[in-house]
Design a protein around this ligand. Structure first.
Ligand code: FAD
Length: 318
């Protein structure tokens, strides 16, 4: 059932017509609030403070993607600078050099102009550089999200360039891509921070595993490479099988608590997040906020029939 619905829901995630229709539904905002921490910088910071008090770390994402307008990309940078300024005032921003930073922002290069018809790659790189410079000054980390496979080469090249100045800059690899095992090998070196996820887009079989079991097996192979490497693996999954395998892999690699972390999305498996944190693990929660929640929300519906059921029940008033 979920496999049948995944492709249409992911196609709907990219439809401006459906976006207009769904974002106008009176019920949408209250349903979306389960996965999205409000619309303003103050909302995001308030949510971050609550999670930090519970012993979890945060990575905050200003929602937006696929920008084809330079002014919108510049507005996104301004939003991030405002967010970083506010987060930098929290006591958690004071960290020793080289230590794990509890505060992080996540950025999508397509929101920074990567898809602009002229010089998109260079525009996104320079926008990301401004965000990294502000984050460095404020005591935060930055991780660059992974988007659809047509952007992977450009994204990894931008991260490689920026790491010359900001060696702590993290990026995301998606286990469903056939190339990712090789990317893990290439990027498992000293200082690298790699968030390993399964992957959230609808990718063709030519570049991606489409069978769930194949994706899971790829994840475990990639996890083994990253945990045996000398970087900082960020294990981003809600899957109990992945979390159990990661627990075994970090022990086998003799990693200390501060040499890896678990990551989950805001609003998903909050009890498990807290259980892992209470057991002494580093757990980072990815917190999206902002008006442009549609694409993010639809990808969450595509992942899990229970999320879709929750949305449909709310629409029906149940
Ligand atoms: P799934 O394969 O979706 O689920 C496996 C099992 O996990 C389920 O069978 C169930 O047992 C359990 N589970 C899952 N959800 C729930 C739930 N709500 N309640 C209870 N049990 C549940 N994708 C990208 O493409 N690019 C990115 O940059 C990116 N960044 C991410 C950052 C973070 C921190 C996280 C956690 C995910 C990110 N993703 C990203 C999304 C990711 O690729 C997956 O689409 C998403 O995490 C679902 O995969 P999964 O590993 O959690 O487990």
């Amino acid at each position: 059932m979920s496999a049948l619905l995944r492709s249409p829901l992911l196609a709907a995630a990219r439809s401006p017509r459906l976006e207009r229709a769904i974002t106008r539904l009176p019920v949408s905002r209250s349903v979306v609030a389960r996965f999205v921490a409000g619309t303003t910088t103050a909302d995001a910071v308030r949510t971050a403070e609550t999670l930090l008090r519970s012993g979890r770390f945060v990575s905050i994402d200003h929602l937006g993607e696929d920008t084809t307008d330079l002014a919108a990309a510049e507005a996104t940078v301004a939003q991030y600078l405002d967010l970083i300024d506010a987060l930098g005032r929290l006591p958690h921003a004071e960290v020793a050099p080289g230590a794990v930073r509890p505060l992080e922002v996540s950025v999508k290069l397509s929101a920074l102009g990567q898809a602009l018809p002229r010089d998109g790659h260079a525009v996104a790189r320079e926008h990301a550089r401004r965000i990294c410079a502000a984050a460095e000054a404020a005591g935060l980390w930055v991780t660059v999200d992974a988007e659809d496979h047509t952007t992977t080469d450009s994204t990894l090249a931008i991260v490689r360039d920026l790491r010359a100045d900001y060696p702590w800059l993290g990026t995301v690899l998606q286990a469903y891509l056939r190339r990712t095992e090789d990317d893990c090998r290439a990027l498992a070196g000293p200082g690298s921070r790699i968030r390993l996820c399964k992957g959230a887009y609808d990718e063709p079989a030519a570049v991606a595993f489409r069978d769930r079991a194949e994706v899971d097996a790829s994840y475990l192979r990639c996890l083994a490479i990253l945990t045996a490497g000398s970087g900082y693996p960020m294990i981003a999954s809600h899957d109990p099988a992945v979390i159990a395998a990661a627990g075994v892999a970090v022990v086998a690699a003799q990693r200390k608590t501060e040499e890896y972390e678990y990551q989950m999305l805001y609003g998903i498996r909050a009890d498990e997040q807290q259980r892992l944190a209470d057991a002494g693990n580093h757990v980072r929660v990815y917190i999206p906020y902002g008006d442009q929640w549609y694409g993010y929300f639809m990808r969450r519906l595509a992942e899990r029939p229970a999320n879709l059921g929750f949305f449909l029940r709310a629409l029906a008033g149940g």
